[in-house]
Structures are given as structure tokens and as C-alpha cells.
Design a protein around this ligand. Structure first.
Ligand SMILES: C[S@@+](CC[C@H](N)C(=O)[O-])C[C@H]1O[C@@H](n2cnc3c(N)ncnc32)[C@H](O)[C@@H]1O
Length: 257
């Protein structure tokens, strides 16, 4: 039976690779790298560095494939359809990789940024491949340090206040409104700087870009003061690198609800 590890590799700092993840790397014959356009060289390079740091040369293979682009123009009702189509296309690629590039008795691995449980589709896609029934395999999941954990650690803060909830959401959702009944909100996948909408409210922001990498930028404080700084630093970093990954915690003063 083919085996697959889905390995969380941390949010960018190679030292966030856990001992369990290193153990899983060592038991892998074939690594599948799916590249994503502009972030390709940086992220693929980082993954290669991790393998070289922990595995003897010549003991593993790397197979690269192109991740299909999602139709990002689709909004409203078409959005779910676009995501569905994209998942289907990715499942086809994973299915082919596993069937053609992994021997019957071999172990393959997908290295997932951060933790596979958070805004990552690898597990859903593997289930879809299994449902198709064309190739059989077993898989396990190795948790990783998510960008959310890394953000909280770098700002030396907790995510929730005492006995209070915290919600993790996307920039797209935050742009629609601050979640009801929750005052601590972690935002990921925000291409539109949705936090700007709350710049006149009694909210603190803990923001981090490229956390754990040499390009890391951290800003925190009352949002009215921090937001213009974040806007500027974000634009500069995007200009310099061509892409940016940022995550932030918004902490609202309850009376502003
Ligand atoms: C597709 S999600 C993947 C999340 C990942 N599974 C995790 O556990 O962090 C990508 C989003 O994660 C966040 N992210 C990932 N790495 C980051 C980093 N090094 N610094 C800041 N944010 C990061 C950003 O919000 C980015 O838009």
C-alpha cells in the first residue's frame, strides 16, 4: 500500500520544523512540490533547503508540478463554483502524481506551509482523490507551527483574552464586517487590507508579514496609529519581493461592539 505524509513545516523559519516532522521527512521516498506562480521560487527554495538540511543526498526524489490557478475574478455565488473547479483540477494532479510517481511500497509527502489544519486544502484534495477510487493509499498528518502561532509568539501575546473566544477568519470575511460576539479576531489571506475599515475604532492590531523569515516585519499598537505604517511597510515589501504573506490579530475593546 502506498503511504503519504502530509507534513506541516512551520510558517517560514526552518527551526519551526518539529522533531516529528523531521522523522516523517526521513521516512519519505518522494516529495511532491506544487508551485504557485509568483511565490514559487521562494517557497520551493525553502522546502528544498529543509530537505537538504535533514536528509542525506540521494536518498529521496522530488517531483514538481504546477498548481492550477484559481479564478479569482469570480465573486458572489460564482466564488464557491470557482473554488470547487479549482479543487477538482488539483485533485486530478495529485491523483496523477500519486499513481505515476509513487511506487506501490513507497512513501510520499506533501510539505504544507504552517499547519495542514488551517486554510490549506491538501487534506480535502487527498480525500477527493481517495473517493475517485483510482489509486489507493494511506495517509497521516504531522501538525506544524501555523502562522497564527508564530504571530502570537513574535508579539508575545495570547490570542484570546481570559475565558473569551477567538475567531480565525479571512480578509474577505472581515471586509464584510467584524464578527459578532467576538472581540479577538485573527485574519489570514487578506489581499485587501480589510483592517483599514476598522481604523477609526478602539481596536489594537498585532500584524506580522513574512514571519519567521529574513524579511519579517512586525507592527503592533492602536489601529489608528499602526494602520498607516502597516500600509506603507506592506507596499514596500510587496514592491521588493513581488508578494507578501501577512497575518494579524485584531483586538477590539468590547465597548465598541
Ligand atoms: C493558504 S494560507 C496557509 C496557512 C497555513 N496553513 C498556516 O498554518 O499558517 C496562507 C496564509 O497564511 C498566512 N501566512 C502563512 N505564512 C505566513 C508568514 N510567514 N507570515 C505571515 N503570514 C503567513 C497568510 O495570512 C497567508 O495569506
Amino acid at each position: 500500500m502506498r503511504k503519504i505524509h502530509v507534513i506541516g513545516i512551520g510558517a517560514g523559519d526552518p527551526e519551526q520544523l518539529t522533531l516529528q516532522a523531521v522523522g516523517a521527512l526521513r521516512s519519505t521516498d518522494v516529495f511532491f512540490f506544487l508551485d504557485k506562480g509568483e511565490v514559487k521560487s521562494d517557497l520551493t527554495g525553502l522546502r528544498r533547503d529543509m530537505l537538504e538540511a535533514h536528509l542525506p543526498e540521494g536518498t529521496y526524489r522530488v517531483v514538481e508540478a504546477r498548481d492550477p490557478e484559481r479564478d479569482r475574478s469570480a465573486g458572489g455565488a460564482a466564488y464557491a463554483g470557482a473554488v470547487e473547479d479549482w479543487r477538482g483540477a488539483r485533485a486530478g494532479i495529485y491523483e496523477r502524481l500519486i499513481a505515476e510517481e509513487l511506487g506501490e511500497d513507497e512513501t510520499g509527502a506533501f510539505l504544507v506551509w504552517g499547519d495542514p489544519a488551517l486554510y490549506d486544502s491538501t487534506l480535502g484534495i487527498l480525500e477527493e482523490v481517495l473517493d475517485r477510487g483510482t489509486v489507493a493509499f494511506e495517509y497521516d498528518v504531522v501538525p506544524g507551527i501555523s502562522s497564527v502561532s508564530a504571530l502570537a509568539a513574535r508579539h508575545r501575546t495570547g490570542l484570546n483574552r481570559v475565558a473569551r473566544p477567538v475567531q480565525i477568519t479571512t480578509g474577505r470575511r472581515l471586509a464584510e464586517g467584524f464578527p459578532e460576539d467576538v472581540d479577538d479576531v485573527v485574519v489570514m489571506l487578506d489581499a485587501q487590507q480589510a483592517f483599514l475599515r476598522y481604523a477609526d475604532q478602539d481596536v489594537d492590531i498585532y500584524w506580522g508579514a513574512c514571519i519567521g523569515t529574513a524579511d519579517e516585519i512586525l507592527v503592533s499598537g492602536p489601529i489608528a496609529e499602526a494602520a498607516p505604517r502597516i500600509e506603507r511597510l506592506r507596499a514596500e515589501a510587496r514592491e521588493r519581493k513581488g508578494w507578501i504573506m501577512d497575518t494579524y490579530l485584531l483586538r477590539r475593546n468590547p465597548k465598541d461592539r
